[in-house]
Design a protein around this ligand. Sequence first.
Ligand code: ATP
Length: 410
Amino acid sequence: MFHIGVDDTDSKSGMCTTYIAAVLIKELSKFSEVSARLIRLNPNIEWKTRGNASICLVMEAKNEEKIKGIVLQKVKELSVLENENTNPGVVFYRGEIPKEFNDFYYKCLHEIVTIREAEELARKYDAEVHKFKSGRGIIGALAAVGSDLKDHTYEIIAYRRKENWGKERNVDRASVYQMDAKTFPLTFNNVDYAEDRILITPHSPCPVFFGIRGEHPEILKQAYEMVRSEEKADVVAIYETNQGTDAHLEHVRKISDIRAYSSVILDGTVTREPGIITGGHVIFRLNNGGGSVDCAAYEPTRDFRWIASKLRVGDVVRVYGGVRADKLTVNLEKIEILKLAKLWEEKNPLCKKCGKRMESAGKDQGFRCRKCKTRLKGKIKEEIKRNLREKIYQVPPGAMRHLGKPLVRF
Ligand code: ATP
């Protein structure tokens, strides 16, 4: 098979690498069937435009020279080359994917890699690399070529006609709620019910009209037909993707094993109670083995912060989240409560005869029942009812990473 990887064609002011993929699918389908993968890479890198997406197209290895010409022409024509942060890269590779390409994909999910690493690996296996400007996009392009999708989902994306780019997206909200009611959980993250907000339309001026995520192409086609709008889409494409799979998360045993820019699953005990800092973020301290790390539920995670804020010292939890450059904070995506600490408070005793809470009988005089005058000496310890359950909690869909696995998929 012939593999085409493309990345870094867009900027915040416009374009989207997946749009170029959709245009290419249309153009290249005259040669053979084209399958398309939309691959999300390390969500913690600072220079991504939005969701760190790259794409890989796979088709029959025939007419390669013509295909390459079309791909390079479209990337040159559609990329936002005038933006200093747009540095497209294209990779062509024919044949079985070497294991090292697959390892490179995983490295790009969990770490930071250099353009040079990508170039050297491509050279070793005779993959053809095309760099535009600095060509940083070859990192994502090669990773997409090397990607395997052990767990996978699909996304159907409708793109807008050029004359509508940048204009407000008018999708009938009620139809999205109905589509969600009919197709969830085979489609997911269509609506944030707590915020009463539809999530299928982006807010950037890019060519994407809307996208629906789900378990298989058939349900996506049905869901797509249910969404109503006056605006007609230009092209529509379906991608196989690593979105919604938690592919970015890695189990780490010790806090000292955490690397900057990685995304971790880590068990530990709460050692400092949550506090709210300026901006409405909730932070608590987690300890395991010798080390400790702060865990943050940031303001955009909305009600999820109140879950984090109910944790207490001694609770045993599993946290899921991305790690900032300074390695000191885990940006929480999920919290699994493994064991709630038992908490006690001292209270006046209950009357043994009538069950009423007793009152103080005066300094050093013990307690007395107001009703029957029974007396008792000391205070009692009562367990505090915890307003949390031993289960997994997740940020709301509007605050989820593209790679984040919704609980409904567990
Ligand atoms: P969009 O989602 O809108 O397509 P984006 O968020 O994917 O945009 P890009 O403009 O593609 O952002 O920028 C990401 C850049 O980071 C690309 O050049 C890509 O090659 C590179 N990159 C991806 N993963 C890594 C990584 N792990 N280490 C270093 N660079 C990476």
